[in-house]
Design a binder for this molecule. Structure first.
Ligand code: RIB
Ligand code: CA
Length: 316
């Protein structure tokens, strides 16, 4: 099956919950550049950087794109355990110091209000979570019925090596209580974890010679990708960008870029070595909430789609 074109498949209305974050910003651009998707609402959650930084980045990015999509300010920390961040990678400003025009400081609605509006009024088909699941878990706890008919697509977790501890991926580690509450709900869940995202890496030689073009958005996206490659040097020993969150957007598009397996999963919720560790339950003792877990990705096609769509979108 090839990627469905919008004429073949109804446009998917989505809400994005995110902690921008360099790869989150690239994922937001990909979602906005994809004709299969209609972004109806965005909520922010502390993760890569503080709730102030990730909310400001989201609002400034949408202003740069000239888009008036509702933004809700979400949780400033996890449901339980200590707050962690990835500021060592994304910077305290969450965007690696990349400049972006400032905007007015008008009050921002709550994530609760914007998420409810996306689900009840804008009737989104899917919720795409690119950070810790705190906002989703709060809504799940208060009004689980609102999430019954939507698919949750989450970039999070790993069944292999972690990126924040040897056993845990950052979004799972940042709020394991929230992830556990969501994994044990009756929602339809599709997980794109490190097992596949760490295979989707961009190196400088793979980029178009003029990046994403010379518009203000094109120059911003090129600078974000450059900042992400720079930040990766101490970890990977070379300039490369791992497209974690753009992978989740591709999963929401519903293309056949991934192969999934149904799994029963649990997550470590205690502080210490097991914090945020995702583990597969033997089918016999599973909770019955089977989850579609990505086990393979077509890296070359995904990268081609990512680069082409961002370049076309940024050129306007
Ligand atoms: O582990 C990768 C995930 O953690 C991505 O969502 C990245 O933005 C960070 O939040
Ligand atoms: Ca993220």
């Amino acid at each position: 099956m090839s990627d469905p074109s919008p004429t073949e498949a109804r446009v998917r209305r989505i809400h994005i919950d995110t902690d921008p974050g360099l790869d989150d910003l690239l994922a937001l651009a990909l979602a906005l550049a994809s004709p299969e998707l209609s972004v109806e609402g965005i909520t922010t959650v502390a993760g890569n950087a503080s709730i102030d930084a990730v909310t400001e980045n989201t609002r400034r990015f949408l202003a740069l794109a000239g888009l008036d999509i509702p933004v809700g300010r979400g949780a400033s920390g996890p449901l339980a355990l200590s707050r962690v961040s990835a500021e060592s990678f994304h910077g305290a400003d969450g965007r690696g110091g990349v400049p972006i025009p400032a905007i007015d400081g008008r009050p921002v609605p709550s994530a609760r209000a914007v998420l409810r509006d996306s689900l009840l009024e804008r009737r989104v088909d899917a919720l795409v979570a690119l950070g810790p699941l705190t906002n989703v878990a709060v809504l799940m706890r208060e009004q689980p019925e609102l999430l019954r008919d939507v698919e949750l697509v989450w970039m999070g977790g790993t069944l292999g090596a972690g990126n924040v501890t040897p056993l845990a991926e950052f979004n799972a580690f940042a709020d394991p209580a929230a992830a556990s509450l969501v994994l044990n709900s009756q929602s339809r869940i599709r997980i794109v974890g490190l097992d596949v995202t760490q295979c989707v890496t961009l190196r400088p030689a793979e980029l178009p010679s003029d990046g994403f073009g010379h518009s203000s958005m094109g120059r911003f996206l090129s600078a974000v990708l450059e900042a992400q490659m720079e930040a990766e040097i101490p970890l990977a020993g070379e300039r490369l960008a791992v497209l974690h969150d753009p992978c989740a957007v591709c999963a929401a598009i519903g293309s056949d870029l991934f192969r999934y397996e149904e799994k029963d999963l649990e997550i470590g919720v205690e502080e210490g070595r097991e914090r945020g560790r995702l583990q597969e339950l033997p089918a016999a003792t599973g909770t019955g909430t089977s989850i579609h877990y990505a086990v393979e990705v077509h890296e070359v096609r995904l990268k081609g789609l990512f680069l082409q769509r961002l370049a076309d979108w940024a050129r306007g």
